[in-house]
Design a binder for this molecule. Structure first.
Ligand SMILES: *Cc1c(COP(=O)(O)O)cnc(C)c1O
Length: 429
């Protein structure tokens, strides 16, 4: 190992604290974390010069590949103007253009206002606070509750975490905040007592597929059914498209598959093509109008880096690349290819219990050949991901479900490389 690499690892182990990471494992002498130093297209290189395909799009963010010339140029150009200004009290040339282009994905007079923030969690926080304040300013202040789905994931700040249904992450933070009622599916929602509905402001859902819940798609028609239920009960709909947004499901936004328009749409991860932290909460004119009038009706919320110009520049460039490279049209055959490669993998490996796919996102659930789950302490999914590194693939599992969610620019050949790496890690081929 190079001296540099050793030095970087030592500094990391001495002073850094990684997300979602048992640090005792991480800092163990036997663990040599990869220091990722460079990227190009779907490939990443570690500090030792080894390359890997970015099989989970750098935790679900990257869209057009790393070091994309158009995205890089957009940031460089903006950097020559100004890196950051205050969006509190000022505007800048790019934020309005980005907001208009985001709204243009939806019919006129639907989602027509954009509130910028920093990441998926803050996009959800905004939607929650707006939903509560909206009720206060429309004569229903008693509606302070939220309805969320079991096993859902909406982020880690306190408000967003209160909507989370993954008990191993969220249970210890349940005490504060607004009341949240969890339901398992549409049927359970329809069975909720009127007393709960009457005190609820909004329902929140990851449309089409729950990501952190081991990549679990909802049944077809569920989302449009949910919209109907919301309309019938005067409940607002918050869509968390932090993962599904920007093409992952085969359309720009997951809600477009079922012709659903939410009251709030939260986007983040792919907004900047996976380059910079930035998020947006899109709202309808109806929501926005309730915040007009006297000053005390304003939405008193914001972050220092709201609408960061570099983020706006690269988000706009990412939308340009969607058009220039016909990203969504080119994705359609690759989604089919992903299905057939994963069907072959399932046929070849006794450990592949189930493949769950939605667009260009797949979860590959591993179990013992007799169909029983592996004991959790075996960390089989992690082991397989570690083994796949030897075959030039990086991804991480959710328990024993491997995530395959490469950038949308991945070619069929590269997709073949990724699935072959998983196969070889599982002892196939
Ligand atoms: C990642 C994610 C979030 C949280 O986004 P951060 O940028 O990590 O705060 C929220 N919802 C969903 C569905 C996500 O996948």
């Amino acid at each position: 190992m190079r001296d540099d690499t050793q030095r970087w690892i030592a500094a990391d182990k001495a002073h850094c604290w990684h997300p979602f990471t048992p640090q005792a494992h991480w800092t163990n002498r036997a663990h040599d974390p990869l220091m990722l130093a460079r990227g190009e297209g779907v490939w990443l290189w570690d500090s030792e010069g080894r390359r890997y395909l970015d099989g989970n799009s750098s935790i679900w963010t990257n869209i057009h590949g790393h070091c994309h010339p158009v995205l890089n140029a957009a940031i460089t150009r903006q950097l020559g103007e100004v890196a950051h200004i205050s969006y509190l009290g000022f505007g800048h040339p790019l934020a309005g253009e980005l907001a208009a282009r985001l709204c243009a994905f939806f019919p006129p007079r639907t989602l027509e206002r954009v509130f910028f923030s920093d990441d998926g969690s803050t996009a959800i926080e905004c939607a929650m606070k707006m939903a509560i304040q909206y009720r206060q300013q429309t004569g229903e202040p008693q509606r302070t509750g939220f309805i969320a789905f079991e096993q859902a994931y909406h982020g880690d700040t306190m408000g967003a975490a209160s909507l989370g249904g993954v008990s191993r992450f969220h249970d210890r933070f349940r005490s504060g905040g607004n009341p949240v009622t969890f339901v398992s599916d549409l049927q359970a929602l329809e069975n909720l007592p009127e007393s709960v509905i009457a005190l609820s402001a909004a329902v929140v859902i990851e449309p089409l597929i729950q990501g952190v819940n081991e990549m679990r798609p909802w049944p077809k028609g569920m989302l449009s059914g949910l919209r109907k239920w919301c309309d019938a009960h005067g409940i607002q709909l918050i869509l968390d498209e932090v993962m599904t947004g920007f093409g992952r499901t085969g359309k720009m936004f997951a809600c477009q598959h079922e012709g659903v328009i939410p009251d709030f749409l939260c986007v983040a991860k792919g907004l900047t093509g996976g380059y910079l932290p930035m998020a947006a909460t899109l709202v309808t004119g109806q929501v926005y109008d309730a915040f007009l009038g006297t000053d005390d009706r304003a939405f008193y919320y914001g972050h220092s880096y709201t609408a960061n110009p570099l983020g706006c520049a690269v988000a706009l460039a990412s939308l340009d690349v969607f058009e220039q490279e016909r990203t969504l049209a080119n994705l359609q055959p690759k989604m089919v290819k992903m299905s057939s490669l994963l069907a072959d993998l399932k046929a070849a490996s006794p450990y592949v219990h189930e493949v769950r796919q939605c667009g260009f996102v797949a979860g590959i659930e591993l179990r013992q050949p007799d169909g029983r789950p592996f004991p959790a302490q075996q960390r089989f999914g992690s082991e397989i991901c570690m083994a796949a590194r030897e075959y030039e693939l990086l991804t991480r599992p959710i328990r024993d479900t491997l995530v395959l969610m490469p950038p949308l620019c991945t070619t069929e050949t590269e997709l073949g490389h990724a699935v072959a790496a998983i196969g070889r890690a599982l002892g196939v081929g």
